[in-house]
Write a protein that binds this ligand. Structure first.
Ligand code: GDP
Length: 300
């Protein structure tokens, strides 16, 4: 299971506590539910999702006449997987032919550049040609940082000077991608998400430029979220995710946090799929998300 190692911290804070509770209390009673609720909220599963989960567990426990806490664990896993329902096996949407364009949005520091680097590496390993677009012309050092990743992975970066118009960078990048016949163009954007209007304006301009050149693009607009920020990541997803043309989420730094329960809240409370998760700082630490594997890794 690819998630197991990366989820060590969440496993300690969440699954191990559940297991400890089951062993300690033995019977399912009010006290048990209360403590379970506390553990789930502590692991950032989110109050709404926790309430829903506990309600569903109560129903299931009655229906199946479960009395021993030990018998609850498989039901809990089952319910958690159900809560995370959806199309998380879908993978990334790729162009039927020609260039696939993937846009990355998200506030500074969430791991956008790193995710682009890792994904470039993944595509390259699959034999695809990749080009990067340095669309974050706002943050000092963003272009250089993307270039470092480009060198590390062995792919070119299309850039302009710091402070230039990101839409102009995208125009250049699409032209270059066409000329070179690359398979995938991965585009960084500025992390100016203080308010929705900024994001929408900047994205709209970028969309227009890209679509004029490639009518089917962008194929994905991925909102990158930092899992270590827990509930904050959920708020960002709610604020920017559902109306800004975002097609999927990337949750980074799951390895660095005990708040991995946030994935459950995000899947339950939003209709956006989690497409990728970051499980470390290295090139290979990026995985396609799978809720069943995720829950099994937690309780493994
Ligand atoms: P950006 O500002 O959104 O482009 O963020 P960066 O890509 O520069 O990442 C910010 C920091 O988070 C860097 O130190 C990265 O190494 C780190 N980072 C990114 N993704 C992960 C991850 O999945 N796990 C861990 N542990 N660190 C990550």
């Amino acid at each position: 299971n690819v998630f197991k190692e990366g989820l060590a911290k969440t496993r300690t804070a969440f699954a191990q506590k559940v297991e400890e509770l089951i062993t300690r209390r033995k019977k399912i009673d009010e006290q048990f539910y209360e403590e379970l609720e506390e553990i789930l909220i502590g692991a950032d599963v989110g109050v709404n999702t926790v309430m829903q989960l506990i309600d569903e567990l109560r129903v299931e426990v009655k229906k199946r006449k479960i009395e021993e806490a030990a018998d609850l664990q498989p039901v809990l896993s089952e319910k958690l997987i159900q809560l995370m329902k959806g199309d998380d096996h879908a993978g990334l949407r790729m162009a039927a032919s020609g260039i696939t364009v993937i846009l990355f949005v998200g506030v500074n520091g969430v791991g956008k550049t790193t995710t682009i680097g890792k994904l470039a590496h993944k595509f390259k390993n699959e034999g695809k040609s990749v080009l990067l677009a340095a669309g974050d012309t706002f943050r000092a050092g963003a272009i250089e940082q993307l270039e470092v990743w480009g060198q590390r992975v062995g792919v070119d970066v299309i850039k302009q000077q710091s402070g230039s118009d990101p839409a102009a960078v995208m125009f250049d990048a699409v032209q270059a991608a066409k000329q070179r016949g690359v398979d995938v163009l991965l585009c960084d954007t500025a992390g100016r998400l203080q308010n929705k209007t900024n994001l929408m304006e900047e994205l709209n301009k970028i969309f227009r430029v890209i679509q004029r050149e490639l009518p089917d693009a962008p194929h994905e607009v991925l909102l990158v979220l930092d899992a270590t920020t827990g509930q904050n990541a959920l708020s960002q997803a709610k604020l920017f995710g559902e109306k800004s043309g975002v097609t999927g989420l990337v949750l980074t730094k799951l390895d660095g946090t005990a708040k991995g329960g946030i994935v459950i809240a995000i899947r339950n409370e939003l209709s956006l799929p989690v497409k990728l998760v970051g499980l470390g700082e290295k090139m290979g630490d990026l995985q396609q998300f799978d809720s069943e594997q995720f829950i099994h890794a937690l309780f493994a």
